[in-house]
Design a protein around this ligand. Structure first.
Ligand SMILES: NC(=O)c1ccc[n+]([C@@H]2O[C@H](COP(=O)([O-])OP(=O)(O)OC[C@H]3O[C@@H](n4cnc5c(N)ncnc54)[C@H](O)[C@@H]3O)[C@@H](O)[C@H]2O)c1
Length: 670
């Protein structure tokens, strides 16, 4: 055993150090989180310091109080940088963790993966992705949690309140080892500024979707989801003999998630034009090979796009500038946009998520700092102009969809002409309403993912082969309704290795339904039992059939009025917890914003045992079918088909089915 691994174990086991560690030195070139809003009153700032100091012995209080006050002044939050561990944060093979419980070791692996500087967006501030997706609020919560995980047995459960480890409570070996809640608020206290305030006080955090549930696996997940979306969007608009070649997909954003768009466009075979106002973001994506060409002015863009169209090239072009410029010039030049979307960060429109037209990137940033009210007005003006030019294109036949970034919502709030005639719906569908909902989620297809806990690439290759073989077998007898979904994912998994998207842990994602997920997981468990591969952690994105109630995204294709309820997410997390999940999590706030969504997830370690086999079948079955049942009750015909099929396969599943009402009967009533 090396000295480093001994230090690593000793440091985890010690928890809060007995001697005050030295002041933190920030690594060079690390991407730091933006300064957060200074929102607390003087009295509240004292409360934030009092809250932070409760983790530490009294003798340290005077030194730490001034240090934490300085952090609050400088960064708007108290991160307790000094307590960041000295060892490297990365997913290690399971057996390297000091632990009494293999399941707890799996959690340590996943937590460290989410904080690995190669994976995390702002690793110093414990932010994994999305600008605010936190694993913990501060480093002492991390240190204490890892110590609890190292000490816990399979008869205990650790309860995490927005990163704070409340403690280990006696439970049983069938209970989850960890229960996570993030950002759970009394509903009236769930406005964006409530997050700023209560996060600054140190009592809540924004867990995004997979950050606070330790299930983020790098950009692979978003590339896969975006590929499936673009592929199916083209299927909706192309005539039977037409191909994707030479067709244009116009969108915006080359940031954390949006950067996946050009890569996915290339996998689908189209011409992607992606505008990005921040030159650094675009250049970074170009250096990483995620986008092929950088273009800095409109005439060059037009010329390049025309060439690409003529040659039916598969190419992705980043335009450095505001996306509205591109929409407007393509309209004037009569360049037909086949697919249009947007992935600027409109879940945070007033704090730099969306940049207004008419200003350089630097000018807009200055305005945001000096005159946020004017910035807001300019954003609203731009959104109205943005919506207006999109309308010109859709009049000419462009298929525009909202890509889950709250574009339609914020454009409507800005007064853009974006509402449908009934004044309730938007003019354009969200990608879930038109594409992922009916084509995938309603059939139970969603983002199943796994991590090879050995950290061995050969294990990942073997699991890819196992998953491929299971899906090919399923496709032989699957009904026509789900053939395409299976085929798309068979193609994906065949090419998964060559797409080279593994960062940090050895992880993979694909879309499968309940049957597919259970059969793949069972085949993994069998391979583990036969010593062909090491243990595997199963999980999923929260962007799924079940688990997430998000009226403008995951559940936007629910039309019985229940899309503003969050019962499904809560049932998922409770239901999964007693069916064998190793950990469960429930979060307020994901990609669409704090207060706009409830999302839940799970993690499950499988180790080749017969208990793991029972657990995976019971939990995965419920995890997916809870959402299919809810979608079926909402009268979604694809989900009614899927749940009836599941009931035929599973005699002890009895789901309440809806009776459909004749439209004419209702029309005559009011
Ligand atoms: N549909 C999905 O599956 C899905 C998944 C993840 C994220 N999202 C949503 O997509 C959005 C983007 O996420 P992200 O992680 O990439 O955020 P990000 O902030 O890292 O990237 C957004 C990018 O848009 C650029 N931008 C802003 N205004 C612009 C404008 N007017 N013209 C051109 N570029 C502009 C910004 O400079 C930034 O680089 C978020 O709202 C997120 O919630 C959707």
């Amino acid at each position: 055993m090396t000295k480093d691994s001994n230090n690593f174990k000793a440091e985890i086991l010690q928890g809060i150090p007995s001697k005050m560690p030295p002041k933190h030195i920030f690594p060079e070139k690390v991407n730091r989180a933006p300064k957060r809003k200074d929102i607390l009153s003087a009295e509240e700032k004292q409360l934030a310091i009092r809250n932070a100091l409760r983790y530490f012995p009294k003798e340290w209080h005077s030194e730490l109080a001034s240090e934490f006050a300085e952090e609050l002044r400088a960064y708007g939050r108290i991160y307790m940088y000094r307590f960041k561990p000295s060892y490297t944060l990365r997913a290690r093979p399971l057996e390297e963790y000091p632990t009494q419980s293999k399941q707890a070791a799996a959690l340590m692996l996943m937590i460290q993966n989410n904080l690995d500087p190669a994976v995390a967006q702002h690793p110093e501030e414990l932010i994994t992705y999305g600008g605010n997706g936190a694993v913990f609020q501060n480093w002492i919560q991390y240190v204490l949690t890892l110590q609890y995980l190292a000490l816990m047995t399979d008869d205990q459960t650790l309860h995490l309140y927005s990163g704070h480890p409340m403690g280990l409570f006696p439970s049983s070996k069938n209970a989850p080892r960890v229960v996570v809640t993030n950002g759970m608020m009394i509903p009236n206290y769930s406005k964006p500024d409530d997050w700023e305030k209560f996060n600054a006080l140190g009592v809540t955090q924004y867990g995004q979707m997979t950050a606070g549930s330790f299930m983020y696996i790098g950009p692979q997940g978003i590339v896969h989801g975006t590929t499936i979306t673009i592929l199916n969007a083209f299927r909706k608009i192309l005539k039977p003999q037409e191909t994707v070649g030479g067709k244009i997909f116009l969108t915006a954003g080359l940031g954390g998630m949006s950067g996946a768009q050009p890569k996915a466009g290339n996998i689908c075979g189209c011409i992607t034009v992606c505008a990005e106002v921040n030159p650094k973001a675009a250049e970074k994506r170009h250096e990483q090979g995620w986008v092929d060409v950088l273009i800095y002015n409109i005439p060059d863009l037009i010329a390049r796009v025309r060439t690409a169209q003529k040659n039916e090239e598969v190419v992705s072009v980043a335009f450095i500038g505001n996306v509205i410029e591109v929409w407007e010039c393509f309209d004037q030049e009569n360049i037909h946009v086949h697919l249009g979307s947007d992935q600027t960060s409109l879940h945070i429109p007033w704090t730099g998520g969306y940049y207004p037209i008419g200003f350089s990137f630097d000018e807009a940033k200055k305005m945001l700092q000096k005159d946020p009210e004017n910035f807001k007005k300019e954003v609203q003006k731009s959104l109205r102009r943005h919506a207006a030019v999109i309308q010109k294109h859709t009049n000419k036949g462009t298929y525009f969809f909202d890509y889950g970034n709250a574009f339609l919502l914020e454009a409507s709030r800005a007064g853009a002409d974006i509402m449908a005639e009934n004044k309730i719906d938007f003019k354009y569908p969200s990608y879930v309403q038109d594409i992922l909902g009916p084509m995938c989620f309603d059939y139970g297809f969603g983002p199943f993912r796994w991590v090879c806990a050995s950290g061995d690439t050969a294990d990942l290759d073997r699991t890819d082969a196992i998953a491929l073989s299971v899906m090919e077998t399923l496709s032989k007898t699957a009904p026509p309704e789900i053939q395409l979904q299976l085929q798309d994912n068979i193609t994906w998994i065949k090419n998964a290795k060559t797409n080279k998207m593994v960062v940090g842990s050895k992880a993979r994602i694909l879309y499968a339904d309940a049957e597919g997920r259970m059969k793949i997981a069972e085949a993994f468990n069998q391979a583990i039992a036969e010593n062909k591969i090491g243990p595997v952690v199963l999980g999923r994105d929260h962007h799924d059939v079940s688990g997430t109630d998000s009226p403008y995204r995951e559940t936007s294709n629910i039309y019985d009025g229940s899309k503003f309820t969050a019962d499904m997410a809560i049932h998922n997390v409770i239901g999964d917890s007693f069916r064998g999940a190793t950990w469960v999590s429930i979060h307020n706030g994901g990609g669409v914003g704090w207060g706009e969504v409830m999302n839940g997830g799970f993690g499950m370690l499988i180790d080749g045992s017969s208990e793991a086999s029972e657990r995976l079948k019971s939990m995965l079955f419920y995890d997916v079918n809870n959402g299919v049942a809810r979608r079926s009750w909402a009268r979604n015909k694809e989900a009614i088909f899927a749940i009836k099929r599941e009931m035929e396969r599973t005699p002890n599943l009895k789901v309440t089915l809806p009776n459909l009402v004749d439209d004419n009967l209702l029309k005559s009533l009011f």
